[in-house]
Design a protein around this ligand. Structure first.
Ligand code: HEM
Length: 520
C-alpha cells in the first residue's frame, strides 16, 4: 500500500459521513415534498433580485424608502402591489415570506397557532432590556406569563379613569399658553409613560411635568433608547450583532436601576401588610399591577421582567394611536365638529365615565379608523416551528396553499391589509369614520392581533385614548394643524409606527383665548 492504513480509514470515514449527510438531506427534501403535495401546495412567487445571494438591490431600495419615511408605503405599493398578496423575498441572505392575506394571517395567529412561534429574533434581541416575559417568550414560559398577567388586566383594573384624568390635567397645564403649535405626539409619548409607570409600578415617571425629576427624565431617556435598540436589533435579525450604540447597554442598566428599587419596596410593603393588591396613590388606595404581582410571591427579577414586557407593549403603541388620532383630528374640522357635538351631547360638560366612553358611537368609529389607517404595530413576524402550510398564496393566481418549512419566518403586514381596496373599497386610503357604520371586519382588521396572543391591553388602550380625546375636545374649541405642517402623512417606524412629521396642533381654549389652561 502506497499510503499508511489510517489514511484509507480517514478517507472512507469522510466518504461515509458525506453519503449519510446527503442521504439525510435527500430524504428530508422528499419528505417535505410529499407533505407539500399531500396538502395540494403550489409554489409561492419568489421576488427576483439581480443579486440572488443577498438580495442587496431590494435591501438598498427599502433602506432608501425608510430614510424617506416611506418604508411601509414602499412595501404596500412596490412589493405587495407588484408581487401579489403573498411572496417570498431574500433580504441580506434571509428568506422571508411576506403576506397581507387575511386567511394566512388567521392561520398564523389562530387556526395554526401551535405551528408558529414569536421566535429567537425577538427573544434574543430584546432580552437585555426585557429579560423574559409575555412579550418575547414562547411555549410554556409565555403561557405562564400570560396566565400571571390575565387577572391584572381585567375591566376593574383598567377602568381607572381617575388615573387618566390626573395625567391629562398635568398635560394640559404643561402646554404653552401662547397659542403656538405643539407636537401632540411628543406629549402623548410622555403621557403614556407617566400613565403606564403609574399603572404598573404605582409611581409615575412624571415626565409630563416641566419640573420632572432628573430620575424620571433619565428613565424616559433610557427607556426610549432601549426600545429603539430592541427595534433595530429585531429588524436586523441575524445581522443584529452588527448593531452598535455605545449607550444601549447603559440605557438597559438605567431602566433596571429605576424599576428594581420600586419592585423591592413593593415586595417589602406586601410582606408587611400581607396579600394586598393596592398601594397608596396620593391620598387614596388604588389597584397597582406591581402590588398585585408582589403579593403572588414572584421573584424581584421576574417581576421586573413582567413589568417591562408590559410597558414595552403598552406605552409606545398607545402613544402612536393618540398621535395618529390628533393628526387626523387637527386636519379634519368636519369630523372634529361631529366628535365635539357627540361629546357635548353625551356629557353636558361633566367628566366622562366608563359607560359614556363605550356609548359614544362616533368616537369609537373615529378610533377604529385611526387604528385601521395607522396601526401602531404595522407589521409583525412569526417563525414556523415545524413544517406546515398556509391556506393561500401558491400557484399562478395565488389561490393554492403554500408549503412553509420549519424555521421559515413569516412576516404579516397589516398596514397593507388595512388599506387593500379589494377588502375596504375604493376609498380605502381615505380617513372616513362613517365606514364603520356598516362594516364588521374579521381578519382584514387586526390592530390588536388575534388568537391566543391577542393584545390583553386592548380595553385599557381604547379607554385611555377615548378619555384623552374627549377631554381635549371638552377643553378646547379648536384643534387645527398649522399651515406649515399640512404635508401628507409619513411614518416613523421603529418597534411601533407613529407620525413621521409629528402631530403638530394649534389649540384654542374654549371661550376663545389661545393656550391651554385646564378648567377645574
Ligand atoms: C393602541 C394601543 C395598543 C395596540 C395597537 C396594541 C397592539 C398589540 C399587538 C398587535 C400585539 C401583538 C404583538 C405580537 O404578538 O407580536 C400586542 C400584544 C400585547 N399587548 Fe398590546 N397594544 C396596545 C396597547 C396595549 C396596552 C395599553 C397594554 C397593557 C396595558 C398592552 C399589552 C400587551 C401585551 C402584554 C401583549 C403581549 C401579549 C402576548 O403576547 O400574549 N397593549 N398588542
Amino acid at each position: 500500500m502506497p499510503y499508511p492504513i489510517y489514511y484509507y480509514v480517514a478517507i472512507l470515514s469522510i466518504a461515509a459521513l458525506f453519503t449519510r449527510s446527503l442521504y439525510v438531506r435527500i430524504s428530508l427534501f422528499q419528505r417535505k415534498r410529499r407533505f407539500a403535495r399531500k396538502h395540494g401546495c403550489a409554489p409561492v412567487t419568489r421576488v427576483q433580485a439581480w443579486d440572488p445571494l443577498l438580495g442587496l438591490d431590494h435591501f438598498v431600495r427599502l433602506g432608501k424608502a425608510a430614510a424617506q419615511r416611506r418604508y411601509l408605503e414602499y412595501w404596500r405599493k412596490n412589493m405587495f402591489g407588484r408581487y401579489g398578496n403573498t411572496f417570498e423575498i431574500n433580504l441580506m441572505g434571509q428568506r422571508l415570506l411576506f403576506t397581507n392575506e387575511p386567511r394566512n394571517i388567521q392561520a398564523v395567529l389562530v387556526t395554526q397557532f401551535p405551528d408558529f412561534d414569536i421566535g429567537q429574533r425577538r427573544r434574543d434581541n430584546s432580552a437585555q432590556l426585557l429579560g423574559v416575559g409575555v412579550f418575547n417568550a414562547d411555549g410554556p414560559t409565555w403561557e405562564h406569563a400570560r396566565a400571571t398577567l390575565r387577572p391584572n388586566l381585567t375591566r376593574a383594573q383598567v377602568a381607572d379613569l381617575q388615573l387618566f384624568e390626573k395625567h391629562v390635567g398635568v398635560w394640559m397645564a404643561a402646554l404653552p399658553k401662547d397659542g403656538q403649535a405643539v407636537d401632540m405626539q411628543e406629549w402623548a409619548f410622555r403621557f403614556t409613560l407617566d400613565v403606564g409607570t403609574e399603572f404598573l409600578l404605582g409611581t409615575s415617571s412624571g415626565v409630563l411635568d416641566p419640573q420632572a425629576t432628573a430620575l424620571g427624565r433619565r428613565f424616559a431617556w433610557a427607556f426610549n433608547l432601549g426600545v429603539d435598540g430592541v427595534a433595530q436589533k429585531i429588524r436586523l435579525g441575524s445581522l443584529a450583532p452588527l448593531y452598535y450604540n455605545a449607550d444601549y447597554g447603559k440605557a438597559c442598566k438605567m431602566v433596571h436601576e429605576y424599576v428594581d428599587p420600586i419592585v423591592l419596596a413593593a415586595i417589602e410593603a406586601t410582606q408587611k401588610t400581607g396579600s394586598e393588591q393596592h398601594s397608596n396613590v396620593g391620598d387614596e388606595k388604588r389597584y397597582t399591577f406591581l402590588a398585585a404581582l408582589a403579593s403572588e410571591g414572584i421573584s424581584p427579577k421576574k417581576i421586573r421582567d413582567h413589568v417591562l414586557n408590559i410597558l414595552i407593549a403598552a406605552r409606545d403603541t398607545s402613544a402612536c394611536l393618540m398621535s395618529a388620532a390628533f393628526f387626523e383630528l387637527a386636519r379634519q374640522p368636519a369630523i372634529q365638529a361631529k366628535l365635539r357635538a357627540e361629546v357635548d351631547r353625551q356629557l353636558e360638560g361633566r367628566l366622562p365615565r366608563y359607560d359614556d366612553l363605550k356609548d359614544m358611537t362616533y368616537l369609537n368609529w373615529f378610533i377604529k379608523e385611526a387604528l385601521r389607517l395607522y396601526p401602531p404595530i404595522p407589521m409583525n413576524i412569526r417563525v414556523a416551528n415545524k413544517d406546515t402550510i398556509l391556506p393561500v398564496g401558491g400557484g399562478p393566481d395565488g389561490s393554492a396553499p403554500i408549503f412553509v418549512p420549519a424555521g421559515q419566518e413569516v412576516v404579516y403586514q397589516i398596514f397593507s391589509t388595512h388599506r387593500r381596496r379589494d377588502l375596504w373599497g375604493e376609498d380605502a386610503d381615505q380617513f372616513r369614520p362613517e365606514r364603520w357604520e356598516t362594516i364588521r371586519p374579521h381578519f382584514q382588521y387586526l390592530p390588536f392581533n388575534g388568537g391566543p396572543r391577542i393584545c390583553p391591553g386592548q380595553q385599557f388602550a381604547l379607554l385611555e385614548t377615548s378619555f384623552v380625546l374627549v377631554r381635549f375636545l371638552q377643553e378646547y374649541s379648536r384643534l387645527e394643524a398649522p399651515a406649515t405642517s399640512q404635508q401628507p402623512w409619513t411614518e416613523n417606524y421603529t418597534l411601533t409606527c407613529s407620525v413621521g412629521q409629528g402631530s403638530w396642533v394649534k389649540l384654542t381654549k374654549r371661550g376663545g383665548e389661545k393656550g391651554s389652561e385646564v378648567s377645574a
